[in-house]
Every structure is written in structure tokens, then in C-alpha cells.
Design a protein around this ligand. Sequence first.
Ligand SMILES: [Fe+2]
Length: 254
Amino acid sequence: MLKIFIINALSDNYIYLLRNEQKNLTSVIDPGEAEPVIKFLNDENWHLDEIINTHHHNDHIGGNDKLLSVYKSKLIAPSYEKNRISNVDIFVSDNENVNIAGVSTNVIHTPGHTLGHVCFYMPKEKCLFSGDTLFYLGCGRVFEGTIGQMWLSLVKLRSLPDETTVYCGHEYTLSNMKFANYIESNNPLLNKVSLDIKNKREKGLPTIPFNLGIEKKINPFLRADDDDFIQSVGLRTNNASESFGKIRLKKDNF
Ligand SMILES: [Fe+2]
């Protein structure tokens, strides 16, 4: 059984430390900075076996070099971003399987936020590391890909089982929650989840992880092909991708 620890980094990043006690393996996902990771590892007296990156943005890879110099870990990163991330040992591509902390993991290419972004899904652990593609009640900004690519990337993640637990790259939940309620005020499940989110943030607790099954019913960005939803929020277009683009633009200007 894998243990997953949340480490706060920079202003609102989350770094995930994965510990497999049985195999004595430790991995880190998206270390935007090294110091909090080193401190955590020192406190536990663990070595760092692997560093995993979802995409090339500095707030996700900024700690790579320092951690590599201290631990000589293996660096695993998307093959599509090979010119943007240095010192990679293992490149991974869509549909490939890779062991992370000794756990079998599927690689899912999710272009949109960056062209080479990948997410990591562990079927046995029922968890997804979604980087900056899927956030709690939100999704990443579309910087490098097209709106159509981002929509298809979210559809891929949406096809994962309802019981999936999602760990994303940032604590953007409160702002996403305000937007979700702004465009859809009459969703009882969203209202219920919003109360829980507000409680957690008032106590300074992370809202991460979150459940994908619930997310499919309340995240506006996952519902651009839901006719009733699109009709009720007045964003009907010719197709789901265009509707998604309208929601994304509305959020960008929110
Ligand atoms: Fe990013």
C-alpha cells in the first residue's frame, strides 16, 4: 500500500511524496522546489529514488537539479518535453506503463496546458496525479495546446473510474469553486461540496485530494458535452469543444 504525503511549496503548489514501505522506495512528483522535500526526507530518514515531472513549468521542475545532486535519483519525465527538461533518465509516452515507487502506473498524455503534459494513473491504488490538467472544480489554462486538445485531454481523464482519487498540482480550489457557483448556482451537490471546501480552507487545510466521480457532476470543465448543463448556463455552441472554450474564456476573465 502506497502512502501519499502532501508537501506545500511556493505560493500554492503541491508536491507529492510517495512512499512504498514494503519495497523501501520513495518518489516525488513535481518538486517545484527542493528544500521542503529534503526536509521531509531528512525527518523520515528516507532516500529519494525517483523524481517524476508532469510538465516543464518551473514551478513543477524547479527542485529537480538540487534533488538530483543530493540523492542521484532517477528522473522520469514526458518524452514530448525532452527539450524543456534536463537530466531525464526515463522518458515516458502516452499509454506506456512505468513503475513509480514500485507501483504500476499508466501514463496519459494530456496536451493543452503544455503540449507535452502527462498525467500518471495508478489503477491498483485508484489514484491520479493530474498536474496542471485537471484541478478540483477547474482545469489548467490552455497555454501551448488548442482548446480542442485540452477538451479531449479532460475527456480522457473523465473516462477513469468514479472511485479515482485525484491529486492535482495547485490549491486553486476556492477560486474555482467561486466560478463554478457563479455559472451554476442550482447544483445541490456543488453547494454541499462548496461548504466542505470553505471549511477546509478556513482551517488552512488542503482541499486535495478529491473524488473523480463527484467531480464529473460538479466541475463545469468536465461537462461541456452535457446538454442540460450547457443549456442551463447559456453556453450552447456547435460542439462540446467550442462550449468548453467558452467556459474556459469565461473563467480566464472571471
Ligand atoms: Fe503548469
